[in-house]
Design a protein around this ligand. Structure first.
Ligand SMILES: [Fe+2]
Length: 359
């Protein structure tokens, strides 16, 4: 998105995955990845999955996406889900899905285990697809105290979306004391400025789609995305913007004091925050702290963008808080899994995986 001045160069946040004889990240690789997570709040492990493993993940995701009774996720944008601009749905706890999740958990144990104990719950195993015409999510933080993972099971082009992160905006003990004690205030100012631009971008795009014979807006879609009274945190909804009912971004986030601060500190905001859009290659796995500022951009191509996703809690978590931010599949609710369960589970077994472990 032009107005956000987003870099597409993620090389400063990448660590090439190196596996030991048991198919787990080497100690040196774990140390580099943890240093990235501490400093920036995210790490991109490139080449963590072989092509065959990524293909196996994609196959599982396609099976779920093709299922008319799939369990849709509620948290991202229900309106986008309704108009098939996005298809975020949780994956069932089948042996194949659990085996794929176990392979990732075991391979990444050195990194995830630094944050999540063995008894901590797996909050969600899901697939996130975005199609042409989806809204650009507002910059937000997910519920705190979670480590989340996105696995690219096919190449993602920048125009397909990927994920925007704002490195260094994660929250930890004492983080607020940086920048003369103004760190959190500056992060919030940056977020509001970015979200104002995202609001304008989404609105302008929808307006163009409305007039374009090729855009294919469904009957009622424009009204539901711009004038609806329905709850949705990631649409450029004017009604909810004006009445202050969107907790991510609304008129109440742009009071006179904020506008003055945005003007006065504009150069400081530009110097401190450098959003980056990750458009990962097939086989790359992104790990990020849920308290890092991020957003799912819009897909500007006819090619669907798909990610495999998994989130694991770092602490105990109240069920209401859990279900507000994550959408566990009914089978996961019925038979909860912990990080320790994934470490003990039989991982997805592909000849390719055994060869990777032997490298
Ligand atoms: Fe998010």
């Amino acid at each position: 998105m032009d107005g956000l001045r987003i870099s597409h160069d993620t090389s400063a946040y990448e660590v090439p995955a190196a596996l030991d004889g048991r198919g787990r990240l080497t100690a040196a690789c774990v140390a580099r990845a943890l240093a990235m997570m501490d400093r920036h709040g995210l790490v991109l492990l490139t080449g963590l999955l072989s092509d065959a493993e990524a293909d196996a993940g994609l196959k599982l995701m396609r099976q779920t996406i093709a299922d008319p009774d799939r369990a849709r996720s509620a948290f991202a944008s229900e309106t986008d889900n309704h108009y098939v601009r996005r298809d975020f749905c949780s994956l069932p706890s089948s042996p194949e899905v659990t085996g794929f999740a176990a392979m990732l958990a075991q391979r990444l144990q050195g990194v995830i285990g630094e944050y999540c104990g063995a008894t901590r719950p797996v909050l969600e195993i899901a697939t996130f697809t975005s199609y042409f015409g989806s809204s650009h999510q507002y910059i937000h933080r997910d519920p705190m105290g979670v480590i989340s993972l996105f696995a690219a099971v096919e190449d993602v082009a920048p125009e397909q979306g990927g994920t925007v992160f704002v490195p260094g905006t994660h929250q930890y003990g004492g983080a607020e004391y940086a920048h003369g004690g103004a760190a959190y205030a500056l992060m919030e100012l940056f977020r509001r400025r970015a979200n104002a631009r995202i609001f304008r971008h989404n609105l302008a795009k929808l307006w163009r789609m409305r007039r374009s014979p090729k855009a294919g807006l469904a009957p009622g879609e424009f009204r539901d995305r711009v004038f609806s009274a329905k709850w949705d945190q990631h649409q450029p909804n004017l009604l909810r913007f004006l009445t202050g009912k969107n907790s991510q971004f609304s008129l109440r986030h742009l009071g006179p004091k904020t506008l003055w601060q945005l003007w006065r500190r504009r150069a400081e905001l530009d110097a401190l925050f450098h959003p980056v859009q990750a458009a990962p290659r097939k086989g790359t796995v992104i790990l990020y702290r849920s308290d890092l500022l991020h957003a799912g951009p819009d897909n500007r191509t006819p090619r669907p963008r798909r990610f495999f996703g998994m989130s694991i809690a770092r602490d105990m978590i109240a069920p209401k808080y859990w279900h507000d931010g994550y959408s566990p599949h009914p089978s996961l609710v019925e038979h909860p899994l912990t990080f320790g369960d994934l470490l003990a589970e039989v991982p997805l077994d592909l000849p390719e995986s055994r060869r990777a472990a032997a490298r």
